[in-house]
Design a protein around this ligand. Sequence first.
Ligand code: ATP
Ligand code: MG
Length: 402
Amino acid sequence: MEHFSVIQSIIRAGLAGDRAALDKQVVRLRERMEKAGQIKEAETIDRLRASVSEAYDMAPSRIEISRTLISGERLTPDVNPPIDRETGARLCTLDFPNSDDQQPIYGDIVYETIEGLLQEWTNAEALRSVGVEPTRSLLIYGPPGSGKTVTAHHISQRLGLPLVTARIDGLISSFLGTTARNIANLFDFANRYACVLLLDEFDALAKLRDDPQEIGEIKRVVNTLLQNLDHRCKYGVTIAITNHDRLLDPAVWRRFETHVHIGEPELKSREQLISRFLQPIKAEEPTLRIVSYCLTGRSGADIERICLSVKRTLALSRDAHDGPGVFHALSTVLARSHYHDHTPARILATDQEAFISLIANDPDFPMKQTDIGEATGYGQSRVSDLKKAKRHLALMEAAHAQ
Ligand SMILES: Nc1ncnc2c1ncn2[C@@H]1O[C@H](COP(=O)(O)OP(=O)(O)OP(=O)(O)O)[C@@H](O)[C@H]1O
Ligand SMILES: [Mg+2]
């Protein structure tokens, strides 16, 4: 049966009562139908999705966590986090679940990995019936600004558990033996309460190894860390994050059962990020595609920053808050930045008409001239003229010559 794998995912998400996962899978089904030429069916799905409220669309549901998975006392805001005895610095920060969490945006593989873990945590008893335990430790790695920290926050939200985030700089002490003691105290704290433990910027500990003066100390620190990580799996979920996976000690790496790489967003994810960060401006599909095309290779954090600048620029201009307004504002924002290693962004920063000529001629950017005309405000006949004039070629050559 066609699309059966997606239908299975829809059923799984529906039975688990996970609305966010359900919606994601419905969108996947719609995309597959569109690709297969089943346009009417895809439009029916669009209508069904549109008929449910925005709130339903955005708010990911909290899952019902298996009772035996997380042990410990309830962590409340009045509990004091542990401190470094010498300096009084806090060893961690505490975040409590609230209602304004949004599902991070990523491609299918990352999405399915994270949702898979959440499913394990809700179905611990089913796993145990076949003699396996749910995964309790997750290592997230990838470039800066790709959504690693927001993912950890989102997981703790979905589990309805407080997030205990280690302050790695607070843990590291110049006093001999204190770093290891701080690590042990932090883990004792996390094991005492029902929580998710987050070791963000985890590589800071590994970096200590670069210092020849620290050889003895770092051995002690890594050993303490390994022992505590091993012990931790009896108590709760642990997430570590790093930008520099190669710096991590291989023994530490092995302690994490699942490794997830979150990289730069692909085209579809970029469109979703742009749509989210341009809110409350409602951008149509062609506008999203054009902005996404310009922001190839950018991280989620970059996309957020650029969208905020676009909104500021648009708000202060006389342009309408529509596709052409966004297009002009994006061109202004890109023109203000000094460096673009992506040629389309550089062309839009320099010359809007050359950019239109570029996209109208790009076989990898299949958009109708009427849509380009509407999204940019140039109109279909001007787009057609620009396509013929191939104004972008001179700028492309200049870019390659550099
Ligand atoms: N995949 C994503 N989905 C939703 N928002 C994202 C995503 N990636 C980045 N962002 C936005 O960018 C901001 C920075 O993301 P985050 O702090 O999670 O990045 P990071 O990968 O932890 O970066 P770093 O390695 O620099 O710590 C977030 O506040 C969020 O608004
Ligand atoms: Mg981070």
